[in-house]
Design a protein around this ligand. Structure first.
Ligand code: PAF
Length: 278
């Protein structure tokens, strides 16, 4: 497995792979890999001749008072996990390699201002900028993203369509802990008590699905039930919204395929989760 730190070296590696007729799968990550990331890696290894995992804690997607400095990092552990999964290369650039006083940013308007964008107004511009750069550096045929970050996936899809990136996006299902908590590197921040309480998110989403399954189509009633469920814990809700899964705009009546998405703070840790109504 190659560890590639330079942009030029990564571009050469990908050029060689393409020249040999090999398909490249990219799994973009910020490291501290968990089963959610590994499910993307396994999918890439299955579908592509060459799998590249990028590990870069991207500063431009963190707001001024967010957790950039404390974001968990463990490259040696990540390396072992990637080796085990038969990853071909890790792209592991330093910040100076990725950002040289840039004046160019990629912004997907409107979609980036909804849901998480309301409380994290610069977040998605940071994500789309770094993902566009990774696409230009790694030149993948396919790129794999987890659907826990559903809004991120919708926004990246729009960017790929708008800017004609020649690649296929693959969205992979949320991977959950045994008790239902969606896997996230940020779960690491939770105290034992917060960790116990955080299972309420999946329970609240299940409650929403159950109500819809029993015929409830009123988003206000379903949202209220979800909020009531969460209110039983000592958490702080950032948002709970029921939206169209493409436009991310609120719906007046819930239909199959609509999305319920939420963000909730447990202590200082902000967790997100979502579900598509079935
Ligand atoms: O989902 C993430 O881990 C990040 O937002 C991504 C896509 C790797 C960009 O930094």
């Amino acid at each position: 497995m190659r560890i590639v730190k330079g942009v030029g070296e990564m571009q050469n590696f990908s050029r060689e792979q393409r020249a040999k007729g090999r398909t490249i799968g990219l799994v973009p990550t910020m490291g501290f890999l968990h089963e959610g990331h590994l499910s993307l890696v396994r999918e890439a290894v299955k579908q592509c001749d060459c799998t590249v995992v990028s590990i870069f804690v991207n500063p431009t997607q963190f707001g001024p008072n967010e957790d950039l400095d404390s974001y968990p990092r463990d490259f040696e552990r990540d390396k072992k996990l990637c080796e085990k999964e038969k990853v071909d290369a890790i792209f592991f650039p330093q910040e100076q390699e990725m950002y040289k006083k840039p004046l160019t940013f990629v912004e997907v308007k409107e979609l980036s201002r909804l849901l998480c964008g309301k409380s994290r107004p610069t977040h998605f511009q940071g994500v789309t900028t770094v993902v566009a750069k990774l696409f230009n550096i790694v030149r993948p045929h396919r790129a794999y993203f987890g659907l826990k970050d559903f809004q991120q996936f919708v926004i990246i899809k729009k960017m790929v369509d708008d800017l004609n990136f020649d690649l296929e996006l693959v969205g992979c299902p949320i991977v959950r802990e045994r008790d239902g908590l969606a896997m996230s590197s940020r779960n690491h921040y939770l105290s034992p008590e917060e960790r116990k309480q955080a299972v309420v998110l999946n329970r609240a989403l299940s409650k929403a699905q159950k109500m819809f399954g029993s015929g409830e189509k009123n988003p206000r009633k379903v949202r209220k039930a979800v909020l009531d469920c969460i209110a039983a814990t000592s958490s702080r809700v950032d948002y709970v919204e029921i939206v169209d899964s493409e436009s991310l705009q609120p719906v007046q009546e819930i239909k199959k395929g609509n999305l319920i998405a939420l963000a909730v703070f447990f202590g200082k840790t902000r967790l997100i989760d979502n579900r598509l109504f079935e």
